[in-house]
Write a protein that binds this ligand. Structure first.
Ligand code: GLR
Ligand code: MG
Length: 429
């Protein structure tokens, strides 16, 4: 028998959809449903290791994850280029070559990136566990040992009308005016120690949202502030808001939709513009840079094709003298761990990252690793991502998925079930 080393192979892949209680957070397209969905990806090897990933769980996406999961056994967890080719191949077959949209908003290459991401993260978790090193070491090593996050403020209702999850009212209370937003910010800062704040806008007239930012400035004179209306304003309105909030916000995020609209605004203000809407895939970088449309890109490893491609994005923004920040969606601890390792190993990530983490009351990972102190999470130093699944909690949240009835994120549909005349506020003001 030859005495060469045994190279681990993927033996089994499990994708578990989960649902967790989500408060009624308002945004430009509606309101969060009572349940947020995620999928937890586990990749097992024939050497007995398990690597973890986390992603969205809309049913179209889930079907794609399952198709890739079925094709993975026997492959090499170190071969992430091979993994990507496999995802392209599987998605091509699944869509009959007709193209693949994700959640009705992303194009083919983004669907590949989005499906590839949790498998890549799980493979890196595996490889790092095998090497007994943290994932950040696979990304070039941590350049910081703590990753700062911003407190993510939302306008919100007191509770979900007619829903029993979270009880009729959640612990956060109503936030529909500047005083209530300041109260919410106090709770965020007191509980988590955040050193910067982001307000999700696009819900009310821009004058009201500017007043909320000004109230936050009065209440927290030293904290950097951001406002993100997700494209609710015209370029003209965006310029007016930028004039009003110049020197108050560190950046305005997606004030208006599209690279062209953002470029019109950028030409008329010195307030930096950030985006996680008009630059969401590599092919958007060239036109955005050529038009000088955005000064800051928000990375997101779930959308940009995993941790290594997000690191590549960091290199590109650095090359072109752009800022880099990090976007989030409602997520659990596996995603947070991956975000922390990526941020730790990205030298030019100079803004505090976004996170929805404080809004959730349930998780699938064992507690004690990802604690917020002074608004930052210490980079896990154990092997891999550094987080372990709690099988009981995973089972509980999977059961919630099975019974909750939600199968995709539909903020507008849910809002219309409460306010039938609602139309999304995109470019409304
Ligand atoms: O920065 C952003 O655009 C987001 O965080 C997008 C999210 O979907 C946010 O609007 C939300 O959770 O409602
Ligand atoms: Mg945004």
């Amino acid at each position: 028998m030859s005495g060469g080393p045994h190279h681990s192979r993927i033996s089994k892949v499990v994708v578990t959809p989960v649902a967790f209680a989500d408060p009624p957070l308002l945004n430009v397209v509606g309101v969060h449903q009572p349940w947020a969905l995620r999928a937890i990806v586990e990749i097992h090897t024939d050497t007995g290791l398990v690597g973890l990933g986390e992603t969205y769980a809309d049913e179209t996406h889930l079907a794609r994850l399952d198709a890739v999961a079925a094709a993975l056994p026997g492959t090499d967890p170190y071969d992430t280029h091979g993994l990507r080719r496999l995802v392209v191949d599987v998605l091509g077959k699944e869509t009959g070559g007709a193209g693949a949209s994700f959640g009705g908003m992303l194009d083919v290459s983004s669907a590949v990136d989005t499906v590839y991401s949790p498998f890549e993260v799980a493979c890196l978790d595996l490889v790092a566990r095998e090497a007994d090193r943290p994932v950040s070491d696979l990304l070039g090593g941590a350049v910081r040992d703590r990753v700062p996050f911003s407190g993510y403020l939302f306008y919100k209702w007191v509770g979900h009308p007619g829903s029993t999850n979270n009880g009729p009212d959640d612990a956060w209370g109503e936030a529909l005016n500047p005083d209530q937003i300041v109260a919410q910010a106090n709770r965020m800062v007191d509980g988590w120690g955040f050193g910067s704040l982001k307000l999700k806008g696009g819900v009310f007239h821009p004058d009201e949202e500017c007043a909320a930012i000004e109230a936050l400035r009065d209440a927290f004179p030293d904290l950097p502030l951001r406002l993100d209306p997700n494209g609710a304003w015209t370029p003209e309105t965006s310029v007016k808001v930028a004039e009003r909030l110049a020197g108050v916000v560190e950046y305005l995020e997606d004030p208006t939709p599209g690279i062209e609209g953002m470029a019109q605004v950028a030409a008329r203000t010195d307030v930096p513009l950030a985006t996680n809407m008009c630059v969401i895939a590599f092919e958007h970088l060239k036109p955005a840079i050529a038009a000088d449309a955005v000064q800051i890109v928000l990375s997101d490893h779930h959308l940009w094709g995993g941790l290594r491609r997000s690191a590549l994005l960091g290199g590109i923004t650095d090359t072109f003298g752009m800022g880099l920040s990090m976007h989030s969606n409602s997520h659990l601890g596996v995603s947070l761990a991956a975000m922390v390792h990526l941020a730790a190993a990205t030298p030019n990530l100079t803004y505090a990252c976004d996170t929805h983490y404080p809004w959730k009351t349930q998780d699938v990972v064992r507690p004690g690793v990802l604690d917020f102190e002074d608004g930052a999470v210490a980079v896990p130093t154990g092997p891999g991502l550094g987080v372990e699944l709690d099988r009981d909690l995973l089972g509980e949240l999977h059961e919630q998925y099975l019974t909750c009835g939600v199968r995709r994120r539909e903020d507008t549909v849910y809002m219309r079930s409460i306010h039938p005349d609602f139309t999304p506020n995109t470019s409304r003001w």
